[in-house]
Design a protein. Structure first.
Length: 269
């Protein structure tokens, strides 16, 4: 269940993972993804995907939001599988061959591994990042990861301004149409509007930078924070889960001899 909070512009989620530290979510997504990138076998990806299901259910996303956010993965996974099945490296029995298309046991196994791997890597990354508030992430990066506050706050301000681009584009389109400018030719009109939007973004960025400097955002001394970054046991548990999922997946692949290290020979030989 989600509801919009008018005073802060945030979406409050009821899932137990949603209130966790933004840095913990980022670390968990990376810990799950990086080990799975090193292998391309269906067993490790399937084990990881199965273990990720409770993580996805506890993130606090509604069913509609989940399917909308992850729709690109459900499209990309089968498309990548079809491509690998048709043009992947052939091995074993060849079932169909025509011109550059060759479907074999090896290409089919590789296609299945690729599809499951895309889901196992992409789903937790998308679901965890959806619940991350940019301000919380900036606080964690500056206070806990010790990144330069000037860089972090500047990036946060830029991200907050991204939402204005769509409004500016619509306003420019209406203004140009009211003046009868570039009524014909979509390409010409699009180039002109893109240039105008670029100039407007530069002006707004310069004004924002001046305002931030005037408020002491670039000061040399230690700065204070309106919201201190917090890390509790729940954040540690989430990171540990992010370590255990790929560890279990890789262990299963090695034990059953399906581990296929993409930078070297596989265990299966």
């Amino acid at each position: 269940m989600t509801d919009f909070v008018a005073d802060s512009g945030r979406v409050q989620r009821s899932g137990p993972i949603a209130p966790r530290s933004a840095l913990a979510k980022l670390a968990t997504a990376l810990l799950i993804s990086i080990p799975l990138i090193l292998t391309i076998d269906v067993l490790s990806a399937a084990v990881a995907l199965a273990l990720e299901i409770p993580l996805l259910l506890l993130a606090g996303l509604r069913a509609k939001e989940f399917w909308l956010r992850t729709a690109v993965l459900w499209i990309a996974a089968p498309l990548s599988a079809v491509t690998i099945a048709l043009y992947g490296a052939a091995s074993g029995t060849v079932h169909f061959e025509w011109f550059v298309v060759r479907i074999s046991d090896g290409s089919l196994a590789l296609a299945a591994a690729t599809a499951v791997r895309v889901l196992a890597i992409g789903l937790p990354a998308i679901v965890l990042f959806v619940t991350v508030d940019p301000t919380d992430l900036a606080d964690d990066l500056a206070q806990r990861a010790r990144l330069p506050a000037r860089f972090v706050i500047g990036a946060l301000a830029g991200m907050r301004m991204l939402g204005l681009l769509a409004d500016d584009w619509r306003a420019l389109a209406l203004a140009r149409r009211a003046r009868g400018v570039a009524d014909q030719g979509r390409i010409r009109r699009g180039i002109g509007m893109a240039f105008a939007l670029f100039v407007l973004a530069i002006r707004r960025g310069s004004s924002l930078a001046t305002a931030m400097e005037a408020r002491g955002f670039g000061g040399p001394g230690a700065r204070s924070w309106a919201r201190p970054s917090r890390w509790d046991v729940g954040d540690t548990v989430l990171v540990v889960i992010g370590m255990l999922i790929p560890a279990a997946a890789i262990t299963a692949a090695v034990v059953f001899g399906t581990w296929n290290f993409i930078l070297g020979p596989s265990v299966a030989g």
